[in-house]
Design a protein around this ligand. Structure first.
Ligand code: HEC
Ligand code: HEC
Length: 272
């Protein structure tokens, strides 16, 4: 019995009771286009046992390394990419994600549960190790992700899900380096080591098996979300697709930890 069931159990019970003594409901499920992006604030989580699990899940999203030092092999938190614990619309938000999973994933050729997906980010994006499926922490992740998916009907693919990808062929690394020095280095460090913003390459960044290590993913993320604040004359969202492609290709031309495969951990990069 998953946490989503726990959250929805009141509604489900009510629906069962209703249908037991009246005609079956005929209303259509909400269509994806009528949904609004409006995740509940973490401050409105209750103080009971479920609310505490939700709050722990939020903390795990934002302080991942501090809370799970043995499972995180770099300096990132989930919020390094899923900004504000997955509640910022244009920064890999996770709103509605509990309604999407389980689903079929082509990369693994298998049905993937939300727990599997979280653990894939642990092994790849966090360059670390999976957390046990029956742990307090995994339950807290599920409770939190269900909480920010409130109101999104099961099986819906929210319209705000996923990255807006574009053609990234033939990047120009020299142009990318210029953009990096001008609009990224102040926050991410001249050597990509991180500072105000998280590490973009080197031992403290995500490994080469991560979604963000894929040029079309990073370029789409950077186009929508970076620079995080106006920097070097560039406002957030102002980079062209070509500029986002070039600067992302420059970032990805540097060494990063190597993904050895599921369950195998990872190695630090060979050179800086
Ligand atoms: C280095 C960046 C990065 C970090 C750090 C990261 N993720 Fe992800 N995550 C991604 C990318 C990229 C995707 C794929 C998005 C896509 O395909 O549109 C993703 C996908 C996901 C998905 C599935 C989303 C979907 O639409 O199917 C979940 C759930 C998720 N991450 C949870 C987490 C959790 C929990 C953590 C922390 C333990 C984490 N991620 C850390 C980059 C990251
Ligand atoms: C004002 C500071 C700032 C600037 C400038 C900035 N970033 Fe970021 N960046 C952040 C922060 C903070 C995050 C963490 C996510 C969040 O909170 O939005 C982030 C996250 C990222 C991530 C995902 C996390 C990771 O470690 O890979 C990438 C990729 C990224 N930035 C690339 C860039 C690029 C490329 C530029 C230049 C075009 C840039 N950023 C400019 C602050 C900045």
């Amino acid at each position: 019995m998953g946490p989503r069931f726990t959250l929805l159990s009141v509604a489900v019970t009510a629906a069962v009771l209703l249908s037991a003594c009246s005609a079956p409901a005929t209303s259509k499920p909400a269509s994806a286009s009528t949904l609004t992006f409006n995740p509940p604030s973490i401050d409105s989580a209750s103080n009971d046992e479920n609310g505490k699990a939700i709050q722990l899940g939020y903390k795990l999203m934002t302080e991942t390394k501090q809370l799970l030092p043995n499972n995180v092999g770099n300096d990132l938190s989930c919020s390094s990419c899923h900004a504000d614990a997955g509640t910022v619309k244009n920064e890999l938000n996770l709103v509605g994600i509990a309604a999407v999973y389980p689903q079929f994933r082509t990369r693994e050729h298998a049905v993937s549960t939300l727990e599997d997906r979280v653990n894939q980010c642990f092994e790849r994006s966090m360059n670390g190790k999976t957390i046990p499926y029956d742990s307090t922490e995994m339950r807290a992740f599920m409770m939190y992700l269900s909480y920010i998916s409130k109101g999104i009907p099961d099986g819906t693919n929210p319209p705000w899900r996923g990255l807006a990808k574009f053609d990234v062929s033939n990047p120009n690394l020299q142009d990318g380096e210029k953009i990096f020095q001008q609009s990224c280095a102040t926050c991410h460090g001249a050597n990509g080591q991180g500072g105000y913003g998280p590490a973009l390459w080197g031992p403290n960044s995500f490994n080469d098996g991560a979604g963000m290590a894929n040029l079309s993913n990073m370029a789409a993320f950077v186009k929508e979300s970076m620079p995080k604040a106006p920097m070097g004359g560039v406002n957030p969202g102002d980079l062209t697709q070509a500029q986002a492609r070039d600067v992302s290709a420059w970032v990805l031309s540097h060494p990063r930890p190597h993904f050895l495969g599921p369950g195998k951990g990872s190695t630090p990069p060979k050179s800086q």
